[in-house]
Design a protein around this ligand. Structure first.
Ligand code: PLP
Length: 378
């Protein structure tokens, strides 16, 4: 079996977890605080607020942005389902914007086209770690009086025009699910440069409590519950793993970029797949290596699906690339404009295995099986 991804864990993570267990303090505490400060530095933001998942991070960002029931939130349909669901979690309505033909990201034009009088926020996704144009999107949201929330779930370690992904961000949300470049098992974080947002996010993740959990347990201070809220805390066990993973981030991203170059070489003469090509001035973390499969004569996704089935049959853990929320039962009935590029990406994109320990042989096997499947499936 060649998996789609495999976390890079070593003795460092094991020792860090063992130290937390020995300390006896396993819920949110000093390790979360240390993880947050390391993450803020790497992400290029003033503040980081760790949470239980990227989804929780999107949800809390919308609440901190004062999105309320009755508001609209513009999101790409082309994303993991959590992006659309986050709008619903805040009681708002997701409004789907199309993506670009050449990149799986929404653009200022596509967002502008679906703007409604109720639009209060935009969640734009750095899809598969490929940055969208942050300056242009910020300008549009600023001019229209809406909040920009960056779904950077996949984008830790990517640079946009030489800058870290959360530089100057109002809200940039990261995920540490094992499909991402680094992982804490489950986990997420919101990076912000606004101290009031940071304070509100800390409160919202912890039952609306006026002080942090470790201060409360240390005694001496009595907490107040300032507003109804959630338990979206990250544990110190997760944060200890995350701290070690962050130290490996540079090495992991370099390796992923190298493996992506190798795939490009192996598939250079296979004209029936087109690799995802980020802008030349962006540094892509290659969170997912994705190709678009030329469609066949049948249903738009039929050829990609059959190729995928054949790869999986041979133990190659390829996956369909990016889903379109509006094609899933959960969001099928939502009124929307046509989304032609979204549907093309959803039908043709195919994610190939890519992990730190992947060998030349593994890559040759994947590329060989892909070329063979394409020859056999018209
Ligand atoms: C674009 C995007 N947004 C949000 C999420 C949700 O993150 P999590 O799984 O940590 O809740 C994911 C992935 O899992 C994602 O890929």
């Amino acid at each position: 079996m060649i998996p789609i991804i495999q976390p890079l864990f070593g003795p460092e993570e094991q020792a860090a977890v063992a130290a937390v267990l020995r300390s006896g303090w396993v819920v949110q505490g000093p390790r979360v605080e240390a993880f947050e400060s390391d993450l803020a530095a790497i992400g290029g933001a003033e503040y980081a607020v760790a949470v239980s998942s990227g989804t929780a991070g999107l949800h809390l960002s919308l609440l901190a942005a004062n999105v309320h029931p009755g508001d609209d939130v513009i999101v790409p349909s082309l994303s993991f389902i959590a992006t659309a669901n986050a709008a619903w979690m805040a009681g708002a309505r997701p409004v789907f914007a199309d993506v670009a033909p050449d990149l799986p990201n929404v653009t200022p034009d596509s967002v502008d086209r679906v703007w409604t009088p109720q639009t209060r926020a935009v969640i734009a996704v750095h899809q598969l770690g490929v940055p969208f144009d942050r300056q242009e999107m910020r300008r549009l949201c600023h001019d229209r009086g809406a909040v920009l929330i960056e779904d950077a779930a996949c984008a830790l370690g990517s640079l946009h025009k030489g800058e870290a992904i959360a530089a100057d961000a109002e809200f940039a949300v990261f995920s540490f699910h094992p499909r991402k470049v680094i992982t804490t098992g489950e986990g997420g974080a919101i990076l912000t440069n606004n101290p009031e947002h940071a304070e509100r996010l800390r409160r919202l993740r912890n039952h609306g409590m006026s002080i942090a959990a470790d201060q409360r347990h240390a005694g001496g201070k009595r907490e107040q519950y300032l507003e109804p809220a959630w338990n979206f805390r990250m544990t110190d066990i997760q944060a200890a793993i995350g701290g070690e993973q962050l130290r490996k981030l540079g090495e992991i991203v370099e390796r992923r970029r190298l493996l992506a170059t190798r795939y490009e070489e192996l598939l250079a003469t296979c004209y029936e797949v087109a690799p995802l090509q980020p802008r030349a001035d962006d540094h892509w973390n290659v969170q997912t290596y994705c190709v678009c499969v030329a469609p066949g004569q049948g249903e738009p996704a039929a050829r990609r699906d059959e190729v995928l089935r054949r790869l999986n049959e041979q133990g190659i853990g390829a996956r369909r690339g990016i889903l379109a929320a509006h094609l899933e039962p959960a969001w099928h009935d939502l009124l929307r404009d046509p989304l032609p590029y979204t549907e093309a990406w959803a039908a043709q994109s195919l994610a190939l295995p890519l992990f730190h320990g992947m060998t030349d042989d593994d890559q040759q096997q994947v590329a060989g099986a892909l070329v063979e499947a394409l020859q056999q499936v018209p």
